[in-house]
Design a protein around this ligand. Sequence first.
Ligand SMILES: NC(=O)c1ccc[n+]([C@@H]2O[C@H](COP(=O)([O-])OP(=O)(O)OC[C@H]3O[C@@H](n4cnc5c(N)ncnc54)[C@H](O)[C@@H]3O)[C@@H](O)[C@H]2O)c1
Length: 158
Amino acid sequence: MQLRRTFVEGMTGGLLGAMAQPGRALGANDRIRLGIIGSGAQGQALVRAATSCPDTEIVAAADVYTRRLEEVTALAPGAKTYLDYRHVLDDKSIDAVLIATPQHLHCQHFVASLDAGKHVYQEKTMAFTVAHAKRMRAAYQRAGRRTVQIGNQGCSQG
Ligand SMILES: NC(=O)c1ccc[n+]([C@@H]2O[C@H](COP(=O)([O-])OP(=O)(O)OC[C@H]3O[C@@H](n4cnc5c(N)ncnc54)[C@H](O)[C@@H]3O)[C@@H](O)[C@H]2O)c1
C-alpha cells in the first residue's frame, strides 16, 4: 500500500482520482468529503495522508474509543465525531469512507458503507473469512458505480 511516502499519489490515482475530475479546481461545495471509521494508528495515518491531498476534507470520524476521536480531531479540526459508525454513513454529504477498523469488522463496515452509497478505501486484510469476502463482493456488485480500494502497505511500499 502507498501509505506515508507515496500515499498521496496513490490516493490521487486511486479512489480520489477516480472521483475527481483531473485538472479541475474544485470549489468549496465540490470538495471530496471523507469520513473515517476506525481512527486508531493506521486510521490516523490515513487521515494525515488524505488531508494532504488537494480538494479533500475529513468531515466525520467514528470510533468506539473516545481517545481516538480526540486524536483525530486534532488532525482534522471540525470533523464531527461519533461512537456509532452508522452516523457517518447517514451523512449524505459524505462521498467516501476510509475504513481502518480491526479485521473482523471489515466486512460489516465495508458492506454498510457501500450499501449507503459511499466509495470505500479500506485497510488490509480485506476479509476475515471466505464468507465475509463473498458478502463484500456481493455488496460491491450491487453498489454499481462505486470505487473500492484495499490498501496493503507491505505489498506496494518501496
Ligand atoms: N496498510 C497497512 O499496511 C497497514 C498497517 C497497519 C495496519 N493496517 C490495518 O489497519 C487496520 C487497523 O489497524 P491499526 O493498527 O490502526 O489498529 P488500531 O487498534 O490502532 O485501530 C483500530 C481502531 O478501530 C476502532 N474500532 C474498533 N471497533 C470499532 C467499531 N465497531 N467502530 C468504530 N471503530 C472501531 C478501535 O477503537 C481503534 O481505534 C487493520 O485492519 C490493520 O490490518 C494496515
